[in-house]
Design a protein around this ligand. Structure first.
Ligand code: SF4
Length: 224
């Protein structure tokens, strides 16, 4: 059965429900009308092997029209169980740091939408493979298009690799503004690394990350 019409460069989807089943089928920009629709597809998705072992696909939470989208690596155990991103120990640390930077106000995600590059938990929290990142990327790009943020915060090396294709280490990339598709991008260290390195003195990983988040808040104020 034909699934697409249009040019090979810009295929037009005729049957959206076929998408989750085959990673060879691209997810062109404009496929989805809502984040809810993306969520239901992710929960039925088998584009990569992670779909077989997940409890829940972890799609996103927060303000669906936020000026900042925060993209992590992949769900961990707590996220897989709840279906919500950034709810485990690392997510809680990030949320405290976002509060401290003034990006979040207590209990409110008005300025941010949180999601991951990969929607299903890799076994034993291993790093997602290049194939898994590629299979899931269409959903991420659609989330960014629908939220339409001014600023993208990439949390950790996998998120940077997934969106920008930059394979350099996160310590080299963090704290420096990038431009991607007309949006400002700030890479930061992953909070699970910060949990393993709790030092918060000047120059430490936590101190640098807090400073990077302050840069994000300052830029948000400038753009407002
Ligand atoms: S990780 Fe992404 S591509 Fe893989 S099964 Fe889950 S939703 Fe589909």
């Amino acid at each position: 059965m034909e699934k697409y019409a249009g040019t090979p460069q810009q295929p037009k989807i005729l049957n959206k429900d076929a998408i989750p089943l085959d990673a060879k089928i691209p997810i062109p920009s404009g496929t989805y009308n809502s984040l809810k629709e993306i969520g239901s597809h992710c929960n039925a998705c088998r584009r990569c092997p992670l779909g077989e072992s997940r409890t829940h696909a972890v799609v996103g939470r927060g303000n669906r029209h936020a000026p900042i989208i925060i993209i992590g690596e992949a769900p961990g155990k707590c996220e897989d169980e709840t279906g919500k991103p950034f709810v485990g120990p690392a997510g809680k640390l990030l949320e405290r740091m976002l509060l401290k930077a003034g990006i979040l106000t207590r209990g409110e995600l008005a300025n941010a939408y949180l999601c991951n590059a990969i929607k299903c938990r890799p076994p034993a929290n291993r790093t997602p493979t290049a194939m898994e990142i590629a299979a899931c990327k269409g959903y991420l790009l659609e989330q960014i298009r629908l939220v339409d943020p001014k600023i993208v915060v990439l949390v950790g090396a996998t998120a940077v690799r997934g969106l920008l294709g930059d394979k350099r280490g996160i310590t080299q990339l963090r704290g420096v503004w990038r431009n991607w598709e007309g949006r400002l991008v700030m890479p930061i260290l992953h909070p699970s690394y910060l949990l393993r390195n709790p030092e918060s003195l000047k120059g430490s990983a936590r101190w640098l990350t807090q400073r990077d988040l302050k840069k994000v808040k300052k830029k948000l104020n400038e753009l407002a």
